[in-house]
Design a protein around this ligand. Structure first.
Ligand SMILES: Cc1cc2nc3c(=O)[nH]c(=O)nc-3n(C[C@H](O)[C@H](O)[C@H](O)COP(=O)(O)OP(=O)(O)OC[C@H]3O[C@@H](n4cnc5c(N)ncnc54)[C@H](O)[C@@H]3O)c2cc1C
Ligand code: SF4
Ligand code: SF4
Length: 425
């Protein structure tokens, strides 16, 4: 065995880095703080620009990893302590309880049927309902219990569970483990759009982010793949998609989010594909950045679906007493002031570092945009300032999937080279 590596984060980058390491003979512990793998793509059914299924791309990686004796997955887990000595690392790994033992669970779902608690799904407000037992349909499929929702003394799920997988008294577990190298793949999250008060996010259930659009309208989601607006479960006749929300904006995030334009096109495609002529779709943009392979073709394909493009930014989104939405927008390509009254508004937000606190714990610097900072060695764009800690995927800044995967493969190679080199710093 070449060594033992810790991969932090189980999105596309973490999975690809782990796969590279395992194939090079490295034992890998992958810690993911969420309940499933896939990160931002765990809800995204179809990827731009070619509309491949995200589950297919990530699922293949996971299946290969799960079959390896060198791979250990810890879901619901975060790094709680960290130290470095003589070029090697010791990490505390804190695992939150899921209250269901995955080794015993046969995924039958009887616990969900037996659970008496039901409430509005906070991830798909207005469209979905949840039980206190949650089914995670991602990679890997599994169940967990939100104990804070359980009434005192209830154990209906445990009684219904044939194989005895429910563990209602499970607590947090913490282990200390040693590693020869670390890969940070903690990714990106949307900027808090409540800071852009003028766009109305948080004031209407019908103003949502691109990620929320993916969650609400995925084919196996709460609407069964139909495009419904959260406030009244009706199909929207007009959808407005706004790009650069908080991005390229000195008051918020000055940099480009890299994927917002393509996400807007992808979501416009989804609406048009499912609702056709029944829905008018407007994409309000600063300039469409279609700079990757097949991106320009995809842009043309979406234009061909009669999506309307307006070059400009809305001044302010108005939410009327009856919940209806409207905004004025000056189209700088036609020099016309337009008024739109959309039924659904989708905002493509700035993207920010998902784990700035982890940087402090690991002793890795952040750059001026708040992402994990690369060492200025451009020949190896995955090196952090700490020898032996490498950075993969969007932890260093937004990227599309192809760049994320390529970058994560380089991080795995760099970690292998580090582990094969005599140390002592
Ligand atoms: C809404 C949306 C749609 C997109 N669609 C496309 C598309 O169609 N095509 C395309 O090319 N690109 C797309 N992208 C870009 C794509 O998401 C990224 O390229 C890719 O997902 C980045 O993977 P990642 O692993 O770097 O980060 P992420 O996907 O963010 O994954 C990071 C993982 O790390 C975990 N994590 C975070 N902090 C910690 C911690 N402290 N401890 C443990 N785990 C942690 C997170 O829970 C997450 O699972 C999209 C981006 C967004 C936001
Ligand atoms: S009833 Fe038991 S075996 Fe079935 S899904 Fe629930 S925990 Fe798993
Ligand atoms: S203990 Fe009761 S409320 Fe909690 S998950 Fe089980 S059945 Fe549902």
């Amino acid at each position: 065995m070449v060594g033992r590596a810790l991969v932090i984060g189980g999105g596309a980058a973490g999975l690809q880095a782990a796969w590279g390491l395992v194939n090079a003979g490295v034992e890998v512990v992958l810690v993911e703080k969420g309940a499933v793998l896939g990160g931002n793509l765990s809800h995204n059914k179809y990827l731009f620009p070619l509309r491949e299924e995200a589950f297919k791309v990530l699922g293949e990686r996971y299946r290969e990893l799960a079959g390896s004796t060198l791979f250990w997955l810890m879901l619901g887990t975060e790094v709680s302590a960290f130290s470095r000595k003589e070029g090697r690392f010791e990490a505390g790994l804190a695992r939150r309880p899921t209250f269901i033992d995955p080794a015993r669970c046969n995924l039958c779902g009887d616990c969900v049927k037996a659970c008496p608690v039901e409430y509005d799904d906070p991830e798909s407000p207005g469209l979905g309902r949840r039980k206190a037992v949650l089914r995670h349909a991602g990679i890997p499929e599994g169940y967990s219990i939100e104990r804070s929702r359980c009434p005192p003394g209830c154990s209906e799920c445990a009684k219904a569970c044939g194989p005895g997988a429910v563990r209602l008294d499970e607590g947090t577990t913490e282990t200390r483990e040693r590693f020869d190298s670390v890969i940070v793949a903690t990714g990106i999250v949307p900027y808090d759009l409540r800071r852009l008060t003028e766009l109305g996010y948080g004031r209407s259930p019908d103003i949502i982010t691109g990620l929320e659009f993916e969650i609400l309208h995925r084919p196996d989601g709460p609407s069964g793949g139909d495009i419904l607006r959260p406030s009244d479960r009706r199909r929207p006749a007009t959808v407005a998609i706004l790009t650069c929300v908080g991005s390229r904006d000195e008051k918020h995030r000055p940099y480009c989010c890299q994927v917002g334009c393509m996400n807007a096109l992808n979501q416009a495609f989804t609406v048009k594909e499912r609702l056709g002529e029944d829905a008018d779709v407007f994409v309000c943009f600063t300039d469409v950045r279609a700079h990757g392979k097949y991106y320009e073709e995809f842009y043309r394909q979406v234009r061909g679906m009669l999506v309307k493009f307006i070059r400009g930014k809305p001044s302010e989104v108005m939410v009327d007493r009856d919940g209806s939405l409207s905004f004025d927008i000056f189209d700088t390509s036609t020099h016309k002031l337009l008024k739109l009254r959309p039924d659904l508004i989708v905002l493509e937000p700035a993207l920010v570092n998902a784990a700035p606190d982890l940087a402090k714990l690991l002793g890795v610097e952040l750059d001026r945009e708040g992402f994990f900072s690369l060492d200025r060695d451009y020949s190896l764009p995955v090196k952090s300032c700490v020898p032996g800690i490498f950075l993969a995927g969007t932890a260093t800044g937004p990227k599309d999937v192809v760049s994320t995967m390529a970058n994560a493969s380089v991080a795995a190679l760099a970690a292998v080279r580090y582990m094969k080199t005599p140390r002592g710093q």
